[in-house]
Design a binder for this molecule. Structure first.
Ligand code: GA4
Length: 334
């Protein structure tokens, strides 16, 4: 990470206040995937928060630790080498800039498509030029996380009383599924913190456009979620658990019964944060619409018709904090 001069501060928004972490710990729903009641807890968590923590997830710890150390190896490479895998198009290596429309954060990252056929030239470079690099670690980790994500959306369907429990998982299982995988590194920011006295935005507030996101981080906190009343709360980090959040597409598929979760990440002044997120999306041609069995008689879809491709195109024209679903609501929200 480059040394930061004072003017760099202008790009980063300081944060004023949030509830202390300690009062929150028990407030975050936790789902034990091995529990027979998991499906109803998942539905409740998605209705109340759009977010929950998963334990007994079945992802081998060795896949997690190996990928984390490989990711650190990559982020510790000289800047010029990392830059050869960027800028993101949107896949590849990125530093500070997020998306194409001027968003910035105290972050560097690797964004990959989970479908190797869709690797951009730049991403391909990372694996070709660094044979020791972590493709096999990514593969093992992503395969195990996908398996868990499929199970979670199947339990979700069951909990929602949907007859075909694979109705959502088949979109993620599809070989054309437009899913991606992101590895984030939030370097410590002691100089900036000292200058401003406040924490800096690592990744600004946003909702995820896909169906479901599966996040795991090292033991450095920073993730905050926005509750329905607009309060930001810090999520205590837990390196051996996963955090799930509802994406915009799932909000539409449940006709608003589940709400996508607004979240953000603050950089830690002293400790480096590593996070890895699998974003489960449908195939590009898939129509995103409420599942008919979730629209009660006499009720209507709250959303206009659109495909995932149309939604994604529109997302890439937006700024991070924009209400992306707003454009697709039949009755626009305020
Ligand atoms: C947010 C969720 C995922 O990280 C992501 C992000 C994407 C990007 O970084 O390229 C976007 C952002 C995310 C939503 C709006 C657009 C697209 C940056 C941005 C400003 C990979 C995704 O799918 O959407």
């Amino acid at each position: 990470m480059v040394v930061v001069s004072q003017p760099a501060l202008d790009h980063f928004s300081p944060i004023k206040s949030c509830r202390p972490t300690s009062s929150l710990f028990n407030g975050i729903p936790m789902v034990d995937l091995s529990h027979p009641e998991a499906s109803s807890s998942i539905v409740k968590a998605c209705e109340d928060f759009g977010f929950f923590k998963v334990v007994n997830h079945g992802v081998p710890m060795e896949f997690i630790t190996r990928l984390e150390s490989e990711a650190l190896n990559f982020f510790n490479l000289p800047q010029s080498e990392k830059d050869r895998a960027g800028p993101p198009d949107p896949f590849g290596y990125g530093s500070k800039r997020i998306g194409p429309n001027g968003d910035v954060g105290w972050i560097e990252y690797l964004l990959l498509n989970t479908n190797p056929d869709v690797f951009s030239e730049k991403s391909r470079f990372i694996f070709r030029e660094n044979p020791q690099f972590f493709w096999s670690a990514v593969e093992n980790y992503v395969a195990a996380v996908k398996k868990m994500a499929f199970e979670i959306v199947e339990l979700m369907a069951e909990g929602l009383g949907i007859e075909d429990r694979k109705v959502m998982s088949k979109l993620l299982r599809d070989e054309k599924s437009d899913s991606c995988f992101r590895m984030n590194h939030y370097p410590p920011c002691p100089e900036l913190q000292a200058l401003s006295g406040r924490n800096l935005i690592g990744f600004g507030e946003h909702t995820d456009p896909q169906i479901i996101s599966v996040l795991r981080s090292n033991n450095t906190s920073g993730l905050q979620i926005c509750l329905r009343d607009g309060t930001w709360v810090s999520v205590p980090s837990d390196h051996s658990s996963f955090f799930i959040n509802v994406g915009d597409s799932l909000q539409v598929m449940t006709n608003g019964r589940f709400k996508s979760l607004k979240h953000r990440v603050l950089a830690d002044p002293r400790k480096s944060r590593i996070s890895m997120i699998y974003f489960g999306g449908p195939p590009l041609s898939e129509k995103i619409a409420p599942l008919p069995c979730l629209v009660a008689k006499g009720e209507e879809s709250l959303y206009k018709e659109f495909t995932w491709w149309e939604y994604k195109k529109s997302a890439y024209k937006s700024r991070l904090a924009d209400n992306r679903l707003g454009l697709f609501e039949k009755t626009p929200s305020q």
